[in-house]
Design a protein around this ligand. Structure first.
Ligand code: GCB
Length: 581
């Protein structure tokens, strides 16, 4: 699925703004005819979370209806029309002028549906979206626990979610009405298969939306490739670029592949796909970018901010990348779900590496079934198809902190099944998942390339005892190394610090303690030759469910939720700007 764009063939209308809105706690809206329009509606901004915008809905996690008017120009008539909603938490159903148009299950990934024939040109059309943000224990991520999970809520939280961030509801990313050519280019993939100083070879794959007879012209600057098809949907070829400009850390070199598909009957579609030329590989103890070992310095993040909640806020994207640059980070993980594509576009331009994560956080034994594996595989497919042209994405993370019974065959089948699916879709990137249990509970790593581990020594383990627990942390990392013989990354470590709390002798919740935990554990990781990086948890403080272990939000950010630096941010800036560290 391609991000909507305007070009010589395609048109688009961005529908973001203030929409009409009404909650439906009794789920009667459909039977009352709200699919044709919402009576007695209030107003809400799209994108954005209702829990932040409307105070009386701070803890509302049910059904809600959204409505706006769409007015496509008469000049669009005869073009295939589509609707794209970047993400809805959690499920969406859509009606146009009262007619059902399509649905999407699951948060954090786009819904893209055909509206051809449903929309009247040159007139007002009513677009209605019903959003279901119920806390569903069978969703990915499972938003609540069920009895056999063995825990009640994340740290006994309210609401009792299975993960440590707030289960916001709403239309969270931009909404586009757009037109395409016919035949439609459905997907484009550009992968660097060989990279040398003299040239790079690119494997180009064009997926057409239906059976296609005709030619596809692919052009990168002065270099072109012509693919022809006498029938079928997929066209492939190789394009050679002489003396390539290489994408690297801090060097966001990008190219554009201009694609023009022309069918034998004269129909045309066009798309301009941005991509970068670079290679990634796991070899021995190292993670190689363009053949050179890299050490990941950065953070686990969240999509989270005041007032917008999980809604996309472009100034925040810019600010966060400014902060990453200021502090000297080279990477982040899209913990714990796929982020809006705007984050990845910016990372591409900034030369920041991204570990792109699925929404599989809070997994537990009840979910490791064949049926849910099939669902997980289809989500992995949506993610990889959406993000595979981003040079910034250097690795897929297929889960965060799965709870799993030691040695269970169901767990192995599930983790192997996810790995097989990801590799079949993208053989060009390593895969990982992020563990919090011990090596014996993580047989899954046998099928993955990198071992990512989250460990909070000095916080959850040995709280207040940073120095006493340093040897324990080292032993723990060595256990993972010895068990799997693969590169290991400390994907989360850190401590909560309430900004403004200071102590002469560092103690829990003070800025001094957080700063010391990060400094000492980071320096320790730098001494382990097979450790390929560390990501501090977290980039900024973020909203989560209420619990007695959370001081009004998770405070492990090295920046506050407003993006002001805590003491740890200055410490990291000092460390990350020393070449040896
Ligand atoms: C973790 C989780 C992350 C939490 C963090 C914490 O291990 O992966 O989602 O927010 O710990 O602060 O407890």
């Amino acid at each position: 699925m391609l991000f909507p764009q305007q070009n010589t063939v395609r048109r688009l209308n961005k529908l973001d703004g203030i929409w009409s809105f009404r909650t439906d706690p009794d789920t009667t809206g459909e039977s009352l005819g709200w699919t044709k329009g919402i009576p007695a509606a209030r107003s809400i901004a799209v994108p954005g979370s209702w829990n932040e915008q409307i105070p009386d809905l701070a803890n509302y996690f049910g059904l809600a209806w959204f409505e706006c008017v769409v007015y496509p120009d008469a000049g669009w008539a005869d073009m295939p029309l589509r609707l794209r909603i970047g993400a809805v938490n959690n499920n969406a159903r859509v009606w146009v002028n009262g007619t059902f148009a399509g649905d999407h299950r699951g948060p954090y990934l786009p819904m893209d549906i055909d509206l051809t024939g449903l929309v009247k040109f040159g007139q007002a059309n009513r677009l209605v979206v019903c959003v279901d943000a119920s806390l569903d224990p069978w969703m990915f991520p499972p938003a609540s626990w069920v009895e056999n999970d063995g825990r009640v809520g994340f740290m006994n939280s309210h609401p009792g979610v299975a993960f440590d961030f707030f289960p916001y509801g709403g239309i969270h990313r931009s909404v586009y009405l757009y037109s395409t050519g016919a035949p439609r280019i459905e997907r484009i993939s550009v992968i660097t298969t060989s990279l040398q100083a003299t040239h790079a070879d690119l494997a180009v794959t064009i997926d057409m939306a239906g059976d296609f007879q005709g030619a596809v012209e692919c052009r990168v600057e002065d270099h072109s490739l012509r693919l022809t098809s006498a029938g079928g949907r997929v066209l492939t070829g190789t394009l050679r670029i002489p003396t390539p400009r290489v994408w690297d850390i801090g060097q966001g070199e990008l190219y554009t592949l201009a694609v023009r598909a022309e069918a034998a009957d004269g129909g045309v579609d066009c798309y301009r796909q941005s991509f970068g030329i670079r290679t990634v590989e796991v070899k021995g103890d190292h993670f190689l970018l363009n053949g050179k070992p890299v050490f990941f310095k950065g953070f686990g993040k969240h999509e989270d901010f005041h007032i917008v909640g999980k809604g996309l806020l472009e100034p925040l994207v810019v600010r966060d990348f400014e902060m990453l640059k200021w502090i000297g980070a080279n990477s982040f993980r899209t913990s714990h779900y796929p982020y809006a594509e705007e984050w990845l576009d910016y990372a591409d331009r900034a030369g920041i590496m991204v570990i792109d994560e699925t929404p599989f956080v809070g997994l537990s034994d009840r979910l490791y079934t064949d049926e849910l594996l099939a669902q997980a595989q289809s989500i992995i497919t949506e993610l990889i198809q959406r993000d595979k042209n981003h040079p910034s994405v250097v690795m897929w993370s297929l889960a965060n902190e799965p709870n799993c019974a030691r040695g269970s065959a169901a767990v192995t089948t599930f983790f192997k099944g996810m790995a097989t699916c990801a590799r079949a879709l993208d053989a060009s990137r390593p895969i990982t998942y992020v563990a919090h249990l011990e090596p014996e509970d993580n047989d899954g790593f046998n099928y993955y390339d990198v071992v990512c581990v989250n460990k909070y020594y000095g916080w959850y383990i040995g709280p207040g005892q940073l120095h006493e627990t340093l040897p324990e942390l080292e032993k723990c990392m060595r256990r993972f190394r010895d068990a799997f013989g693969k590169p290991v990354m400390l994907a989360e470590f850190g401590a909560d610090a309430v900004d403004g709390v200071h102590r002469m002798t560092p103690e829990l919740f003070s800025e001094e303690y957080q700063s010391e935990v990060i400094e000492h554990q980071y320096k320790l990781m730098r001494t382990l030759p097979w450790c390929i990086g560390t990501h501090v948890w977290a980039f900024a403080d973020f909203k989560t469910a209420q619990s007695i272990t959370r001081v009004a939000n998770n405070r492990k950010g090295v920046f506050t939720r407003e993006r002001n630096p805590k003491m740890a941010a200055h410490t990291l800036r000092r460390l990350w700007n020393q070449p040896s560290l």
